[in-house]
Write a protein that binds this ligand. Structure first.
Ligand SMILES: [Zn+2]
Length: 343
C-alpha cells in the first residue's frame, strides 16, 4: 500500500475540479471516464511503484456499465448525453440493451466483446486524450496520454488518491454530470423549461426566485449583470458563486443575466471585474436588496455570502483556475488581484 500525503490529495482534487469546472464538455463521456477510473482504482491492485495499469477493454466495460442504467427511458424518453446529436455510445448501448434486458444477460451474449471493442475505440477517439485538457493547457496528471499494450497507466499515487477521495470524487463528478444533462437543449422537452432536477433533489426552496428576478431587474436597470447589455426576455438568475462550488442559495449570491451569459459561465467563477461590481452592488444597494429578499421571503445573509465568495476565490487562485470574462467562452487566469476587492 503506497501512502500519500495530504497535500498530494489536495492537489489531486484541485486539478480534478479544474477539469470539471473549466474543461469543455460536449458529451458526458468525460464524467463516465472519471467515474470508471475511480471505481477501477478501488477494485484493482495498485503496483508497488504506486501506478495502476488499466486495460482498455476493462475501461470500456465499466463505461458501458455506467451508461447501462442511463439508457433506460426517463419520463418515456432516453435523455440526451450530447450537445449535438445523441451520443453514439448511447445509441450503441441502447440498441444492445433492447436485445438483452440485464447487464448479466448482455455480458453472456456472443456480440458483447464486439460492443466492448467498439466502445474502447470510441474511448480512444473521444475522451481519453481530451479529459486532461483545460483550454490550451494539458494537466496530464492522471495518466500518460498514450496506449501501452492496449491499456493506460495511472501515474504513481493517482489510484491511491482515487481510493482515499472516492466519495468526494463521486459527488463532484455526479453533480457535474447531472447539471450537464440538465442543461442540454435536447433534454428540455423532457425535463421541462425550468429543468430543476438537481434543485428538486438537493436544492433549497426556490419559490421566491421569480420575485427576486424582478427585483434584480430593477436594481440592474434592466441589463445583464455581466455584459451589461439589455435583457430582452426573462433572463436567467445566475449563482454568482456557482452552485457546484458551493451550494449557496442566499439572496446576495444571485445576479440577473442573459440566459446565454449564464450558460456560458457554466461552473466557473466570474473574473475580478465582475467580483468588484458584485461587491459594490451588495454594498451600495444593501437596503434595496434586503427589501427585495424580504418581500420574496428569500433567505439572505450578506456576510455569509461574502465569506463564501472569499473562500471560493482563495481556492481558485491556489488552483491557478481560469475565471469567466464574457460570452463565447472568454476566460482569463485568476491572479491575486481579486484580493484587492476585499480590502
Ligand atoms: Zn449578458
Amino acid at each position: 500500500m503506497t501512502s500519500i500525503s495530504g497535500s498530494a490529495e489536495l492537489e489531486f482534487l484541485t486539478r480534478l475540479q479544474r477539469i470539471l469546472g473549466e474543461g469543455l464538455f460536449s458529451a458526458s463521456y468525460k464524467y463516465a471516464l472519471l467515474l470508471s477510473l475511480a471505481e477501477l482504482s478501488i477494485e484493482q491492485s495498485i503496483a508497488p511503484d504506486g501506478t495502476l495499469r488499466i486495460e482498455l477493454d476493462e475501461l470500456a466495460e465499466r463505461f458501458i456499465t455506467l451508461y447501462w442504467r442511463q439508457v433506460a427511458p426517463f419520463k418515456g424518453r432516453i435523455l440526451a448525453q450530447n450537445a449535438g446529436r445523441q451520443a453514439s455510445i448511447i445509441s450503441k448501448i441502447s440498441a444492445f440493451k433492447s436485445a438483452a434486458p440485464t447487464l448479466a444477460v448482455a455480458r453472456n451474449r456472443t456480440q458483447w466483446p464486439r460492443l466492448v471493442r467498439e466502445v474502447g475505440r470510441l474511448l480512444v477517439e473521444m475522451p481519453l486524450w481530451k479529459l486532461q485538457r483545460v483550454g490550451e493547457e494539458r494537466l496530464d496528471f492522471l495518466y500518460e496520454e498514450r496506449l501501452v499494450d492496449r491499456g493506460i497507466v495511472l501515474r504513481p499515487g493517482i489510484a491511491a488518491c482515487f481510493r482515499s477521495q472516492f466519495p468526494i470524487v463521486q459527488a463532484l463528478v455526479q453533480t457535474a454530470w447531472l447539471s450537464f444533462v440538465q442543461r442540454l437543449p435536447l433534454n428540455r422537452s423532457i425535463l421541462g423549461p425550468t429543468s430543476e432536477l438537481g434543485e428538486f433533489l438537493f436544492g433549497s426552496e426556490r419559490s421566491g426566485l421569480k420575485l427576486v428576478a424582478d427585483g434584480l431587474r430593477n436594481v440592474q436597470g434592466g441589463s445583464c449583470f455581466y455584459c451589461m447589455e439589455r435583457i430582452r426576455d426573462g433572463g436567467a438568475v445566475d449563482h454568482f458563486i456557482p452552485w457546484s462550488r458551493y451550494p449557496l442559495d442566499l439572496g446576495h449570491n444571485f445576479v440577473l443575466t442573459h440566459a446565454s451569459c449564464n450558460q456560458d459561465k457554466r461552473d466557473m467563477l466570474a473574473a475580478t471585474g465582475h467580483l468588484q461590481r458584485w461587491l459594490e452592488r451588495n454594498d451600495t444597494q444593501a437596503a434595496v436588496l434586503d427589501e427585495i429578499f424580504d418581500a420574496a421571503r428569500f433567505p439572505f445573509d450578506a456576510d455569509a455570502s461574502l465569506s463564501v465568495a472569499e473562500w471560493a476565490y482563495e481556492n481558485a487562485e491556489r488552483a491557478g483556475a481560469l475565471v469567466w470574462v464574457r460570452r463565447n467562452g472568454q476566460t482569463s487566469r485568476l491572479t491575486a488581484e481579486w484580493r484587492g476587492c476585499f480590502k
